[in-house]
Write a protein that binds this ligand. Structure first.
Ligand SMILES: Nc1nc2c(ncn2[C@@H]2O[C@H](COP(=O)(O)OP(=O)(O)OP(=O)(O)O)[C@@H](O)[C@H]2O)c(=O)[nH]1
Ligand SMILES: [Zn+2]
Length: 334
């Protein structure tokens, strides 16, 4: 991974317009010229495990970062002892700009957002077709979170040996969601290959509630999982990777990352902005131009009904959008 040394090239001095005005801004790095770049693999109560070159380095957040959080998937600038040797502790001095942020609130009434994963470009929503029964509203909530974050969703339907995937496929293919169906007795062959194809070269966050077969899937995708988990455990001193933090695992052959997240029971959507969700519906988005300010697109004054009636888009798509937006109101069983 690139270090920022004395010969830092022009790329390190990015000139981009400031938020207000066009004053060029440089990345000022007076104190930490020698920082290396790290990739955050897991976070455990303030201890952050990063990959620096090919070493796992344990680090803490530098005080100068204040309350800024560090999430799995973050790219960080790191200084100090980078040997990765036991009992060493490096310091993270900067969090690089994120390309995406997957957030969730614990609950819909909870204004406190947690960043689940940074920099993911895909969200794999793992759902069993049976045992436990699929929960379409939870799937919809995960979709909303993905669209809100600008992350492409992928629906992974497991346990196809127990039940047919048809009903769920019929509900999600019209939404434009990519789906892949797996069964564990095929995970050493065709099923794993189907998933792998969709993960190659990307950073994929995996979510799903307990028992859906997420671990089984990850083990098939990342043969070194046991080893990788073992290494992280050596650092955190725990017997088993606990479910408090996400964990980034490298796909074989440097083909991308899967980020396993702790079992998701709910997906609070307090932070969701309908305008960002509708961005995932490019066929409907132009129709919102005449909507009232801050239209929720699910209210009487919304012009989308008339727009769709005029033949500009498929009414089923508007129905789907509204179904998703409605998941922001929690109901029994979510
Ligand atoms: N029939 C069937 N069972 C499966 C399949 N995949 C996983 N299982 C079983 O489902 C159970 C749960 O699988 P896990 O991989 O532990 O599920 P998980 O989502 O990681 O669950 P937690 O560890 O609780 O978070 C295990 O008993 C698996 O053997 C499948 O494709 N078909
Ligand atoms: Zn509207």
């Amino acid at each position: 991974m690139r270090r920022y040394g004395k010969d830092a090239d022009e790329e390190d001095v990015r000139v981009r317009p400031g938020r207000r005005g066009s004053r060029p801004r440089t990345r000022i790095r007076p104190k930490h010229e020698d920082a290396a770049e790290g990739f955050v693999l897991t976070v455990d109560r303030g201890r952050i495990t990063c990959l620096v070159d090919d070493r796992q380095v344990t680090a803490m957040k530098a005080r100068e970062l204040g309350r800024k959080g560090i999430a799995v998937g973050d790219r960080v600038d790191i200084v100090g002892d980078l040997s990765g040797a036991k009992d060493t502790l490096a310091r993270i001095v900067r969090v690089q700009e994120r390309s995406s942020v997957l957030r969730r609130t614990a609950d819909d009434d909870d204004p406190f957002e947690r960043v689940v994963v940074a920099n993911a470009d895909q969200l794999a929503i793992v759902t069993a077709l049976a045992d436990p029964e699929p929960r379409p509203r939870l799937i919809d909530r995960c979709l909303v979170a993905a669209y809100d974050a600008g992350i492409t969703p992928l629906l992974v339907l497991t346990k196809a040996d127990l039940a047919s995937a048809e009903p769920l496929l019929a509900s999600y293919i019209p939404l434009g969601v990519e789906c892949v169906v797996t069964r564990h007795d095929e995970l050493d062959g065709a099923a794993a290959e189907r998933v792998r194809e969709r993960l190659a070269g990307r950073i994929t966050a995996l979510v799903g509630h307990s028992g859906v077969g997420k671990t089984t899937l990850v083990n098939a995708l990342v043969p070194e999982r046991a080893r990788a988990t073992g290494m992280v455990n050596a650092v955190t001193g725990r017997g088993r990777h606990t479910t408090t933090s996400a964990l980034a695992l490298p796909l074989p052959d440097g083909e991308g990352w899967v980020i396993d997240t702790p079992g998701v029971r709910s997906f609070g959507l307090h932070h969701v902005n309908p305008a960002r969700v509708i961005h995932a519906f490019p066929d409907l988005e132009p129709g919102t131009a005449e909507c009232p300010r801050a239209c929720s697109h699910d209210e009487p004054d919304c012009v989308l009904d008339a727009w769709v009636e005029a033949g500009n888009a498929d009414p089923a798509r508007l129905y789907s959008l509204r179904r998703l937006l409605a998941t922001r109101e929690r109901r029994e069983g979510d």
